[in-house]
Design a protein around this ligand. Structure first.
Ligand code: AOS
Ligand code: ZN
Ligand code: ZN
Length: 404
């Protein structure tokens, strides 16, 4: 492996790449995994129950610790309330710490209560809006107890038919509600606002695109930012352009990584469109090198939002993390000077080549070396599969936690 790596390294040095810098950046990079990604989930047609699925938050943390153990870059876990509701969060924090983990973003749930049939904070009934606001305030309180700094908000609110709702009234109710939530945030906390152009509403969703998230976040203030979920755009949307735009505005706060083919398919990150993933990281790396955008780029919460319907949960999560790391590593290999020179010369072919060349680079020798230096097995997925953990947890039986 070392010989292979040396040849690889020399080739990159010859291309003008600072390989030591690349390795350092890869070692610093972290990805958060979601508690719900370890539980049972399905489509609207069927949830196939898998044996060994965690029965509670503590077991979800145990599984997340495995992902961190083999990848070395997943020390935080996002939680969803009420799915992960507990009486004593100090026990959660303590157990997470024993496993080498911390609790990450707290996700309110404004979509599974019967009262939310016609909307949560966009509901015409003030008492339902109150209930939804109180739930978000409860999540802030939980975040304080678990030491989390991020409230990650996705609204399922929308309508199914023209005329069903008053767009502008609903917009005002969102503004009003989020102002109250924003006011309860501590100084170092952030509210990340996710957008989605469809589903579960089939006619409209109240926060349909990045512009709407951006508008709400801007009106609220600096502690509110946009969250980009890769599954939430119309087909063909240039997501990397959105990312670059929001980076420049200082308004991107986080990602929900997953991949999609047709809709919000929640597939393994990078499994369908690895080039898009790479191009997103290309913008993130570029912004991290620009003094105007560096602090925004440094404060992005990289989170996975996946629900595995047929895949074994832990291997699917490890694969996702590795695909993200691969895309990031490739983006670090773009020769920025070459790219800039090509852009300034209007050399279309050379500019495209500068980006593509990095994407086409095989980063496996690099990542294997980095893992070895981090004290990890160079092949995390294989190491996990051979560890016997997957077999051990089968004793949990069938019927673990799902989206409830
Ligand atoms: C829904 O489509 C969103 O991606 C949310 O982030 C959601 O809260 C998450 O998928 C867990 O339900
Ligand atoms: Zn999401
Ligand atoms: Zn989604």
């Amino acid at each position: 492996m070392r010989d292979e790596y040396r040849i690889w390294e020399q080739r990159q040095i010859d291309r003008g790449i600072d390989v030591e810098w690349v390795k350092e950046r890869i070692k610093e990079f972290k990805v958060e995994t979601p508690s719900w990604g370890y539980g049972d989930s399905g489509t609207r047609f069927k949830t196939f129950k898998q044996a060994g699925v965690p029965r509670n938050l503590f077991e979800k943390l145990e599984d997340a610790a495995q992902v961190n153990k083999y990848t070395g870059i997943c020390p935080t876990v996002a939680i969803h309330i009420p799915w992960d509701k507990e009486d004593d969060y100090s026990k959660v924090v303590e157990y997470a710490a024993q496993l080498g983990l911390k609790i990450g973003a707290v996700n309110p749930n404004l979509f599974q209560d019967d009262d939310y049939k016609f909307g949560s904070i966009t509901n015409v009934r003030p008492e339902v809006r109150r209930k939804a606001i109180d739930h978000m305030l409860e999540c802030i309180d939980i975040a304080k107890q678990v030491g989390s700094k991020i409230i990650s908000l996705w609204l399922a609110d929308g309508t199914n038919y023209p005329g069903q709702g008053d767009f502008r009234a609903r917009k005002h109710w969102i503004e009003e509600s989020l102002q109250e939530v924003y006011a309860a945030l501590e100084d170092d906390m952030r509210l990340l606002i996710e957008y989605k152009c469809f589903e579960p509403g089939f006619y409209h969703t109240d926060i349909a695109d990045w512009g709407m998230s951006y508008t709400f976040a801007s009106k609220l203030g600096p502690k509110a930012q946009v969250l980009v979920d890769l599954g939430h755009h119309l087909q063909g949307t240039n997501v990397e352009h959105i990312v670059a735009f929001l980076l420049d505005e200082g308004k991107i706060g986080g990602f929900h990584f997953n991949n999609r083919k047709y809709a919000d398919d929640d597939l393994i990150v990078g499994s369908i469109n690895p080039y898009e993933l790479f191009l997103i990281f290309n913008e993130l790396v570029a912004a991290s090198l620009d003094s105007k955008t560096a602090s925004t780029a440094a404060n992005i919460a990289y989170m996975i939002d996946q629900s595995h319907c047929i895949e074994p949960k832990i291997p699917a999560m490890i694969r996702s993390v590795l695909n993200i790391q691969t895309a990031y590593a490739k983006a670090l290999l773009v020769n920025r000077e070459q790219l800039k020179a090509a852009q300034e010369a209007n050399d279309v072919m050379a500019a495209e080549a500068a980006v593509r060349e990095a994407f086409e680079t095989d980063v496996r020798p690099l990542l294997e070396m980095v893992r070895e230096e981090m004290g990890l097995n160079p092949d995390p997925l294989k190491a996990y599969l051979e560890s016997g953990y997957g077999e051990k947890i089968l004793s949990r039986g069938i019927g673990g936690k799902g989206w409830e």
